[in-house]
Ligand binder design. Sequence first.
Ligand SMILES: [Zn+2]
Length: 65
Amino acid sequence: MMYMHYCPKCKKIFTLNGHKTLCPKCNTPMKELDITYLKYLALSPEERNSYTELHIIKENTCQDT
Ligand SMILES: [Zn+2]
């Protein structure tokens, strides 16, 4: 099963097999996205962008607390 993960350092979404916590590239803790791989595949490029932005914004605003 593939899961979507977002690395805040690489600013990239990684599709990884299983639940990973560390980025395969830089070893930074990643956030697992609340979307399945198949769902993500079904999105248009614009929807993917807005989904990513939404997550980044959410992540950034959450850092204050
Ligand atoms: Zn990374």
